[in-house]
Each structure stands twice: as C-alpha cells, then as structure tokens.
Design a protein around this ligand. Structure first.
Ligand SMILES: [Zn+2]
Length: 126
C-alpha cells in the first residue's frame, strides 16, 4: 500500500487508499471546499483561503468510499473543534443503529458492531 503524502498540494495518482486500485467511480462530487473546522483569524480574513476538491470516490474492488488526500491529517486535526464521540445526538443515533442491527441480524454477546466513518471512532460492544 502506498501511503506517501502528497506534497505542495499536488494531487497524488487517484488510487484507492486501501487496495491501490485506480479510482474511476464518483460517489458524490460536492465541488470545492476549504478544509472543515478551519477557522480564520482576523488577520487571515484578508488573505486567500485554500479550497480543495470535495470529490468522493468509491473503489470498484473493495468498495471503500474515500476522498483524495490533498492536505495531511496533521494539518486538519491539529486544531479540530468537532469530534463525533462528543455529540450526544450522534451517540444516540449510533446506539439506535446498533440496536436495529442487533435485532435485524440477531447478534449476540459474541458479536461486535463498529462504526467507522467519522473523525474519531465509536465502538459499541453488545
Ligand atoms: Zn479499494
């Protein structure tokens, strides 16, 4: 797996971050956006803000849905204000979803349900 980081904001070849298959299928294309949770200081308000493609792909081999990495996680999460595990409404939604999955798939004490789709990880043991 190639986990090399892009440099000087140039996009890397558009390959799956998990299996390296070349990505061809758009999941959703939301245009251009500044990095989330990037607050501007008063001094920065008169400076150009960087925007990056918010083009989400799905891998045809492993079905991982993913964004291309234009900036490093360290640059995004070093001063990040939102973590989904701090959100009571999100935690309630996750709990309700786990309850639904437990009932639907008749899971038991030997089963584990994990939700990975956010800036941090929620793990619910039944
Ligand atoms: Zn893949």
């Amino acid at each position: 797996m190639n986990l090399s980081k892009p440099t000087n904001n140039q996009p890397t070849p558009n390959n799956c971050q998990f299996c390296e298959t070349e990505l061809h299928h758009t999941f959703v294309d939301l245009g251009m956006s500044p990095p989330c949770e990037s607050y501007r200081s008063l001094k920065q308000l008169n400076e150009v803000e960087s925007f990056y493609p918010l083009h989400v792909y799905v891998c045809e081999k492993c079905f991982l849905v993913q964004l291309q990495e234009y900036i490093s996680p360290e640059n995004i999460f070093s001063d990040y204000a939102y973590f989904s595990s701090y959100s009571d409404s999100w935690l309630e939604h996750a709990k309700n979803y786990v309850d639904l999955v437990v009932e639907t798939f008749q899971l038991n004490q030997e089963s584990q349900v994990i939700e990975i789709a956010s800036s941090d990880l929620i793990c619910e043991k039944i």
